[in-house]
Design a protein around this ligand. Structure first.
Ligand code: JEK
Length: 249
């Protein structure tokens, strides 16, 4: 999978060098490129923003650097992937479709993603019109119902959620199988050694004895019950969603 990120703050994306994503990049499973939007400006001040037409607070991103950036990034991608491959262009946007695990699953099937990080009050509307006109597939996605200062933090989250679904990235394939089984439910409680732990207040806290029984079917049934009970308590909305019928709910 190839991923391009266009931003005025490339340093914001440096966490993508770390951990699971960094390893996936070094292993060649993901080809990730971060671009500074200002490289597609031509004035002395490398201007990417201007005042909103019609008035109002804040600044708006100018269309020309974005059009030049998409042209440059598409050309670079075509040189590697072939001229017949087109990216899905994703704009993080507070008014976009809420990003969900199902979105991550869809995007993980893409050969090529381009993330376009806006700042200020957003991007001139004609950029979206232009991309639609030239036949690009475009998606607006929101990280959630709260206001961020730009798209970068959303792209970190989108990329992490997508890349871990790329085959070979999560080393423990069992994890992904378990994840798909528990879909739509919250995680059951986790325990590790010691089975009997004295907390800092001197209280002896035992792990549930069933987890030491060695009876895998009983353990699985207990975990399922715990997941359903927790979901009912903390996220009842997940149990009334009509899709993804949950067994044992
Ligand atoms: C991309 C610029 C900052 C801040 C105006 C929006 C209703 C008006 C733009 N989940 C998410 N939250 N925020 C973003 C996000 C924010 C962005 C950009 C994504 C580009 N900004 C900004 C305020 C406003 N208000 C809320 C009232 C617009 C995001 C994602 N993904």
């Amino acid at each position: 999978m190839r991923i391009d990120v266009i931003t005025i703050f490339p340093e914001y994306l440096t966490p993508l060098d770390l951990s699971l994503i960094g390893k996936a990049r070094r292993e060649g499973l993901v080809d990730l490129h971060v671009h500074d939007l200002r490289q597609w400006t031509h004035d002395r001040h490398r201007t990417v923003d201007d005042t909103p037409l019609g008035g109002g607070a804040g600044m708006v991103m100018k269309p020309a650097p974005w059009a030049a950036a998409f042209s440059g990034v598409r050309e670079a991608g075509h040189a590697v992937l072939g001229a017949d491959v087109e990216p899905l262009i994703v704009f993080p946007n507070p008014a976009g479709e809420p990003f969900a695990q199902s979105t991550a699953q869809e995007w993980s099937q893409c050969e090529w993603l381009v993330f376009a990080c806006g700042r200020y009050e957003g991007i001139d509307e004609r950029v979206y019109q232009h991309l639609a006109d030239i036949g690009c597939e475009v998606a607006l996605a929101s990280l959630g119902d709260y206001v961020l200062n730009g798209g970068e933090v959303a792209v970190l989250a989108f990329t992490e959620a997508v890349v871990r679904l790329v085959p070979g990235v999560v080393g423990n394939a069992e994890s992904l199988v378990e994840e798909s089984h528990s879909e739509g439910l919250l995680e059951y409680p986790l325990y590790t050694r010691p089975a009997s732990w004295t907390d800092p207040a001197g209280v002896v806290r035992e792990a549930p004895p069933i987890l030491l029984s060695g009876d895998h079917a009983k353990v699985a049934a207990w975990r399922q019950e715990q997941s359903v009970a927790r979901t009912r308590e903390r996220r009842p909305d997940l149990l009334t969603q009509t899709d993804g019928d949950v067994a044992g709910a």
